[in-house]
Design a protein around this ligand. Sequence first.
Ligand SMILES: [Fe+2]
Length: 230
Amino acid sequence: MEALKGGEELSAGAWNWGRGGGILNPLMNRVDTFATPVWLEELTDLGPHREAMVAAVRELRRVSEAGLERKSNRNGWRSTSRLLELPEFAPLRERLLPSVRAALEDYGIPHGSMAFTVPAWANVHDRGGFNVVHVHSGCWLSGTVYLSVPPGAGSLFFNDPRPAALMENFPRRTDRPLTPARAREKFVANPRNLLLVMFPSWLPHGVEPCDCEERISVAFNVQPVLMGPE
Ligand SMILES: [Fe+2]
C-alpha cells in the first residue's frame, strides 16, 4: 500500500498526521491564555545567616514540640506563624519584602494599593514527611524559602489548576520542553538552600515525601490587611 503523505485525507474524513505536519507557520501566533506565574529567586546573599536560622528553628522545635497545630504537614513539625519577628530572621524579613513587593506588582496588584502582612512559619520534615496538596485561602501570594535541603529532600510540586485540562487524553511528545502550552499535571520546583519560590495562594501544591533526616523550610503568606472605616 502506498504511504500517505502529511495532511493527506484518509477515508471516512480522517486526516493523516504525517511527517512534518503541525508546524506553526509565521502567521500563526499562539497566545498562552490563563498562565499561572511561579516566581523563583536565589537568595544566596543570605548565606552568612543560613546556619543561624537553621539553629533557631531546631531550638524552637526543641522547646515547643507539643501542642502545635497540624495543617497540611505530615511527619514533621511546624512552628507558629511569627517566625519573622525573631532576631535570627530579621535579615530574611528584610530581604524578602522587596521580592514580595516585586511579585505583587508583577502579578498586577498596584504598588501601595493595600497593606499586607507576611506571617511566616518554619516547616521541618522528618524522614517520610510530606505535605498533602493544599491551597492557602484568604491570601494573595504564598511562598517558601529553603534553609536546609539535604539530598533526598522532597520537592515542592504544583498541580495544574485547570481541572478541565486533565480530561485531555492523547499521547504527549517527550522530546520537547514543557512550555506552558504543553505542560499538564505537575510543575516541580526542586528545592535547594536559599531558593525562594512564590506563587498565587490559590495554586494547589504539596511536598513530596522526604527521604532524608531533616528538611527545613520557611513558608509564608502575603495576606491583605483589611482597613476599618475611618
Ligand atoms: Fe503551602
